[in-house]
Design a protein around this ligand. Sequence first.
Ligand code: AMP
Length: 280
Amino acid sequence: MLIVHTIADLKARLNDERVQGHSVGLVPTMGALHAGHASLVNRSVKENDVTVVSIFLNPTQFNDKKDLERYPRTLEADCRLLEQCGAQMVFAPSVEEVYPEPDTRVFSYPPTDSVMEGAFRPGHFNGVCQIVSKLFDYVEPDRAYFGEKDYQQICVIQRMVEDFKWNIEIVPCPVIREESGLARSSRNTLLSDDERLLAAHIYRILSESKNLDQSVSETHDYVVEQIDAIEGLKVQYFSIVDGKTLADVGSWDDAESVVGCITVYCGAVPIRLIDHIRYK
Ligand code: AMP
């Protein structure tokens, strides 16, 4: 497995692959890799001749400096995991390599990028579009793999790809969970053992809400009340939305697919956790 740090090196290596007619899969990550990331890499390795995994803690998508500061950094262990998965290339650039000058580009895909995470983390999706568009430009992948763990992010990236008419297949991959049901996340390492137990209630309650047979607003209230009743958990938002546009739905029949997206603060620090459930 090759580890490259510069864009020039990455492009040269990929050129060599392309002249041989090899297909390229890209898995963008911010490092601190776990089984969730590995599932994306495994899938890409199966579907492409060459898999490039980028490891870059992108500062422009962090609206909260403290969140960026405490984000775990584990490059060596990440590379060991990627080697086991069979990835061919790791791209781990510095911030200066990616942003020699501040990126002033503005991306806007409402309501997809303006609701939920877009509303509570201003500038977050603009930063995501900045980095993902740069990575697409450097790598020119045939396919790019993203986890449904970040459900809204996939919807925003799909919109961006449609907007620019890029010939890149976006491959959504299912959420990988711990045995308790908690969605695997790099931020989980910041939780104590007790907080991890608490956090597992989020998916339990979301799953229960699928079987309620109640209206959208009753289902919404059930989830928020149940989670907020647990000491140490506090819902920031829970939105039941059209699974494609992310516009709010008033009834289950308002959209072809309906998804509930939630963000919960957990524990003393507190750590911000996101999850979602598909209702239809
Ligand atoms: P991140 O490093 O958090 O930016 O994540 C990189 C990619 O891995 C994103 O597409 C995430 O959605 C995906 N990912 C993170 N956690 C999981 C998980 N538990 N299951 C599936 N995909 C995940």
